[in-house]
Design a protein around this ligand. Structure first.
Ligand code: F6R
Length: 263
């Protein structure tokens, strides 16, 4: 696990976008795993800029989003599909048929979840998975107590997540109670994971996730088992890390002694 502490949230987004851009240059038909929420917005903004100003090509890219609220059609302004269209898909040259966002309206949820898992495999697996982390330690909608081996499935949201996400809706009552989400086991199969966190509100959970014990009570902690995770946080989200000095030291040493080696 590599932990990179950046000065600002904008720097987090720029670095994450640069890592993704490098992946697309290396493998133009990469499969990207995408998250919604406030954390990756800067990353998407930078990817859109790289596309429009520097010609970053998404024409062969395939995407799989982590999750979607149950019951919200793609056209709903608070659906994750709508969020992705607004922040990324409608600004880049990705073919619509290459985009996968769990369909929160599926009649047969179990069959849909099995199909989603099979589709990820059929596309060759996820090359880079972007993740945010919830205040309760969740990745995707894998709330505390989710099995660390879980797969794509229907999940009941916790009250904390409903409260956290109420800011996007007119009232808390409108926040869906269920979501279709990739499981922790699904996420752990991505070839590379970028865990992003911005702001002091995430400081405690980031510390638990990367320096605490591996536990289903903080599903992000399962990432400690993954062999290629890059954690990118701003200084506020990284402010409670016990090993912050070491993480800075590693970045410094790499810059100084391995200038050609990028994250
Ligand atoms: C979103 C997702 C969630 C968020 C998490 C953090 O697709 O899977 O796990 O990443 O809730 O949300 P923000 O970034 O809004 O703090």
């Amino acid at each position: 696990m590599e932990v990179i502490i950046q000065d600002s949230g904008d720097d987090v987004g720029r670095l994450a976008a640069r890592i993704i851009a490098r992946q697309l240059l290396k493998k133009p038909n990469s499969v990207l795993g995408l998250a919604t929420g406030s954390t990756p917005i800067g990353t998407y903004r930078e990817l859109v800029r790289l596309h429009s100003k520097e010609g970053l090509d998404f024409s062969q890219v395939t995407t799989f989003n982590l999750d979607e609220y149950l019951g919200l059609p793609p056209s709903h302004p608070q659906s994750y599909r709508h969020f992705m269209d607004e922040h990324l898909f409608s600004h880049i040259n990705i073919p619509k048929g290459n985009i996968h966002v769990p369909y929160g309206h599926a009649e047969a949820i179990e069959q849909f979840c099995a199909w989603y898992e099979a589709e990820i495999v059929r596309c060759g697996g996820i090359d880079i998975q972007i993740l945010g982390v919830g205040a309760d330690g969740h990745i995707a909608f894998n709330e505390p107590g989710s099995s660390l081996g879980s797969r794509t499935r229907l999940k009941t949201l916790t009250e904390q997540t409903i409260n956290d996400n109420a800011r996007f809706f007119d009232s808390k009552d409108q926040v869906p109670r269920f979501a279709v989400t990739m499981g922790v086991g699904t996420i752990l199969e991505a070839h590379r994971v970028l865990l992003l966190a911005i702001g002091g509100g995430k400081a405690e959970v980031v510390t638990k996730a990367i320096e605490g014990p591996i536990t289903a009570s903080v599903t992000a902690s399962a990432l400690q088992l993954h062999r290629d995770v890059v954690v990118i946080v701003d200084s506020e989200a990284g402010s409670k890390l016990a090993r912050a000095d070491y993480y800075h030291w590693v970045s410094e040493q790499k810059k100084r002694h391995l200038p050609g080696v990028e994250v």
